[in-house]
Design a protein around this ligand. Structure first.
Ligand SMILES: Cc1cc2nc3c(=O)[nH]c(=O)nc-3n(C[C@H](O)[C@H](O)[C@H](O)COP(=O)(O)O)c2cc1C
Length: 332
């Protein structure tokens, strides 16, 4: 297939993101093990942490916190914050500087119930004045790139959406990620990639398109509809950690050196990374969450997902997975 005309890098205050393919922030998934795995497969230009509470961050111990553990290859890495008050920003940013963050992202798009309680994430966007104060304070506290991740708004209202995005740009946001769904829309609703294009046309900063990219064809179509400067992949990256590499090669025409691991080998590498990076009690839940997505690669993947889900120990879960992969070999 012909290589589309796309820019293979974006520049954020001197940081080159190349290719402009980004791992999304995802609670329980975008941790050190998955980040390392996608780096090993190649094609990813920027990584995000899962969302972190700005108020609690200064107290987290980076040597023991499962949210802060990070391997050497996980660069560049943006830390995503959720917050509601300007007072939390200074100490959180100081901590992120100490952690060698390459950038800081403000969560303005997550509708998770635990954020509703705080009025954070997407629930903040009902008060654009407060968002402006938060972004201004964040911008003033760091010279690192600052990004924001949003959805399309409470309803389809182009004027409101574009005014909000221009405000973010005016306050110094360097990069905007747009998840092409309304605030309360579920994953079953197709993302509106064309609406991301409206944002792209209205602002001068780079825009990443996010939502519903599971294949190279999805990536191509999303870029075509949105004209975005790059793509952010969430669940698609957990299903297929090599998707970044495939998109980088096939759409951006870049040579990619990845390990080329597939199937069982890739799954076991992920489990090994969990064992290497996390304390024993933090491994199984993360394996189960990853398996929920990885199992979608297989026609009978529900057998893998349910057997791992029922396991009470990591070694038991790994044995179940081995049996599943062995049964695939037996049937081929
Ligand atoms: C398990 C899970 C956890 C998520 N956690 C976050 C988060 O911490 N911060 C955030 O901004 N979005 C979060 N999201 C939303 C994703 O970043 C992304 O916007 C969404 O999944 C759509 O992209 P996708 O279709 O490529 O998965 C989460 C999504 C999932 C599935």
């Amino acid at each position: 297939m012909a290589v589309m005309s796309v820019n293979s890098s974006i520049s954020l205050r001197g940081l080159q993101v190349s290719p402009p393919l980004v791992l999304a922030p995802m609670v329980g998934l975008s941790h050190s093990a998955l980040r390392t795995l996608v780096v090993e497969e190649g094609g990813v230009g920027l990584l995000f942490t899962e969302m972190l509470a700005a108020r609690k961050l200064p107290e987290e111990n980076e040597r023991t916190s499962p949210f802060l553990v990070r391997g050497e290859t996980e660069r560049p890495l943006f830390y995503q914050l959720f917050l509601t008050e300007t007072e939390a920003i200074g100490p959180a940013v100081e901590k992120l500087h100490a952690l060698d963050a390459q950038g800081i992202d403000l969560n303005l798009g997550c509708p998770a119930p635990q954020l509703r309680r705080y009025g954070a994430g997407v629930f903040l966007t009902g008060d654009p004045g407060q968002v402006r104060r938060l972004v201004r304070t964040l911008r003033g506290a760091t010279s690192l790139p600052v990004s924001a991740k949003i959805r399309l708004g409470a309803s389809l209202d182009a004027d409101a959406l574009l005014a909000f995005c221009r405000m973010l740009e005016d306050e110094g946001i360097d990069l905007l990620t747009v998840h092409g769904r309304l605030d309360r829309e579920k994953f079953c609703r197709r993302p509106r990639w064309d609406w991301i294009g409206r944002v792209k046309d209205a602002v001068g900063i780079p825009v990443l398109a996010n939502g519903g990219i599971f294949t190279v064809a999805d990536a191509r179509e999303c870029l075509r509809q949105s004209g975005a400067d790059g793509l952010m992949l969430g669940r698609g990256a957990a299903c297929r950690p090599r998707l970044f590499a495939d998109i980088a090669r096939e759409i951006y025409g870049l040579p990619v050196c990845g390990t080329g691991r597939v199937g069982q080998e890739l799954y076991e590498r992920f489990a090994d990374l969990l064992e290497e990076r996390f304390p024993a009690e933090r491994r199984l839940g993360r394996l189960k969450q990853f398996t929920h997505y990885y199992a979608r690669n297989y026609q009978f993947g529900h057998l893998l997902a349910t057997s791992v889900q029922k396991s009470e120990t990591l070694s038991g879960a790994r044995r179940q997975a081995e049996q599943f992969f062995a049964s695939l070999r037996d049937h081929n």
